[in-house]
Ligand binder design. Structure first.
Ligand SMILES: Cc1cc2nc3c(=O)[nH]c(=O)nc-3n(C[C@H](O)[C@H](O)[C@H](O)COP(=O)(O)OP(=O)(O)OC[C@H]3O[C@@H](n4cnc5c(N)ncnc54)[C@H](O)[C@@H]3O)c2cc1C
Length: 511
């Protein structure tokens, strides 16, 4: 029996669900599964958790999924990148009987954690192992939000796989699930172990640099060990490009090889931090101590261009997310507990082709790079990030002190006028949005709200075109996949695209 719309007060114990189920079943409840749990905070004086459950008087077992094996399972599939797209592609290929070979330019998640820590404490940036690059991809040092705008049955598979490899089971039913950076590292490590155990290969510090074709099909991926400089060739029948949105050198190589690619519009802006406690009070009123740290999602059309908040991290930290020397990039992360003092979110403005198009397919990446370099120079060329109080940003003057919100950006900050880093169309829209959003979320426009700049890697500035069969429109045997190739945005949809591409490869070799 499915029972919808069960409402519990914040703080009420979930055991009550069993009692409710037994009343409906007119008997003992031997099986209970939460299908959905969401928070209804529309009426602040009457906030409720809302559940849908499945209950039965007999015990139910889960049905094992059976995967068909590829007929030609000896086909070699090389997957470039071990972000969500690459990892989930490799995992699904294994289910279909392949032994994928994963090439990753960065280090393992353990090594990456140490390298990032060194970078945050003033050591040089490693252009292959950082917050964007390395095992687990860009989202490893993230909040691990698993939201998606796209509804596909693959989402269920992605969540099941996350749980199988160690994510909390609640992600299966929470309306806004998140894994947390601390758990994500574990999940990623477990996925790698599974790939190796199943006969696949994972090569770290292995940067894909060239591609060889013969008879109109891909036959080889050429990589270089970033530690030793040694070249390594991997023969392959299919090559999955799951390179993420920041691999600009790889985009350049692919463009020079004549890959069918096109420019994509994206967004740029800042991270904005507030005290989490104030966001809780604004969102939950009197219930705030009984509920999880509050989030928000806001859009404003008050300025010349629309602005929106994105990737809000309750109780989180602003992350130094550079991957190129001489550039500053920010992003956000939280641990599972989301227990940091500040809330942060990207506050972004849409960038149009006319802003960056000079006739080259990589012009968008160049536009992003110019902003990142301007921020680096403005903040003292040390990877410290430009920061400014909201009030000072609105008045176009450098801050001279922090207010109630202290920065969480680990690589150091420098008080600058952030207005000078972006085109006027961006800064005027940001200003209009801050004031406008303050009307809908109390305190969003607090004078001490802190801006850290720039957030430039919202999405990929290019798309690598693929056909219905999943293969590149220009190069047979190559499968563009995930966010970098323009087919997803965020962890969930990138992982789902990895599964989608694996199914295409399976279909091809199972025919
Ligand atoms: C700090 C941060 C926080 C984020 N928070 C969230 C969040 O909470 N929720 C959410 O949904 N999304 C979040 N995102 C975005 C999310 O991480 C990405 O959407 C997602 O990781 C994209 O997956 P992907 O596999 O397509 O690419 P990526 O995750 O970028 O993975 C690409 C991989 O390819 C490797 N690679 C690139 N070029 C080469 C090459 N030439 N040779 C070998 N390897 C190569 C890279 O090292 C990388 O590991 C966050 C991103 C960052 C940076």
């Amino acid at each position: 029996m499915k029972i919808d719309n069960i409402k519990l007060k914040p703080g009420e114990r979930e055991e009550k669900l069993k009692k409710i189920a037994e009343e409906k079943l007119h008997g003992k409840c031997a099986y209970l599964r939460i299908l959905r749990k969401s928070l209804d905070a529309r009426v602040k004086s009457d906030i409720r958790w809302v559940y849908s459950i499945e209950a039965d008087r007999t015990v139910r077992g889960e049905q094992e999924k059976v995967f068909l094996q590829a007929k030609e399972k000896d086909r070699r599939v090389v997957v470039i990148g071990s972000g969500p797209a690459g990892l989930f592609c490799a995992l699904r290929l294994i289910e279909h009987g392949f032994c994928p070979i994963v090439l990753e330019r960065g280090g393992s998640v353990e090594e990456r954690t140490e390298q990032n820590d060194r970078f945050f404490h003033g050591q040089p940036l490693d252009e292959d192992t950082n917050v964007q690059f390395g095992e687990g991809g860009a989202g490893t040092f993230s909040d691990g939000k698993l939201n998606t705008q796209t509804h596909t049955p693959l989402n269920r598979d992605v969540l099941d796989m996350f749980i199988r490899f160690g994510a909390p089971e609640e992600i299966a039913y929470l309306q806004k699930p998140h894994v947390g950076s601390d758990n994500l590292k574990n999940v990623v490590r477990n996925m790698r172990r599974h790939i190796l155990h199943a006969g696949g290969e994972v090569h770290f510090h292995c940067r894909f640099e060239d591609i060889v074709f013969s008879g109109g099909r891909v036959v080889k991926a050429v990589a270089r060990n970033t530690k030793t400089g040694e070249r390594k060739d991997f023969t392959c029948d299919a090559l999955v490009l799951a390179i993420g949105h920041s691999s600009r050198d790889t985009f350049r190589m692919l463009a020079e090889k004549g890959f069918a690619m096109e420019q994509r519009e994206f967004a740029v802006g800042v991270r904005i931090e507030h005290l989490q406690e104030k966001i809780n009070i604004a969102q939950y009123s009197a219930w705030h101590t009984l509920l999880p740290p509050a989030d928000y999602k806001l859009v404003s059309h008050a300025g010349e261009r629309s602005a929106f908040t994105f990737c809000m991290c309750p109780g989180g930290y602003v992350m130094p997310a550079a991957s190129e020397c001489g550039g500053v990039v920010t992003n956000g992360m939280s641990n599972y507990a989301r227990d940091g003092r500040n809330a942060n979110s990207a506050l972004l403005v849409q960038i149009k082709k006319e802003d960056f198009d000079r006739g080259g397919v990589l012009d968008g990446a160049e536009f992003q790079r110019r902003i990142e370099r301007a921020a680096f120079a403005a903040a003292g060329s040390s990877y410290a990030a430009p920061v400014q109080r909201a009030e000072d940003f609105l008045r176009q003057r450098k801050s001279v002190r922090f207010g109630e919100v202290l920065p969480t950006y680990a690589a150091g900050t420098c008080m600058c006028d952030i207005n000078l880093l972006f085109p006027e169309s961006v800064t005027s829209s940001l200003k209009a949005a801050i004031s406008d959003m303050g009307k809908r979320l109390q305190g969003f426009d607090h004078p001490d709200a802190l801006l850290t700049a720039p957030e430039t890697r919202f999405s990929s500035p290019v798309r690598i075109l693929r056909g219905e069969n999943g293969e590149s429109l220009s190069h047979a045997g190559v499968y563009p996949c995930g966010e970098g190739c323009g087919y997803s945005g965020g962890i969930m949809s990138s992982a789902a695209d990895g599964l989608r591409v694996a199914e295409k490869i399976f279909e091809k070799y199972n025919a």
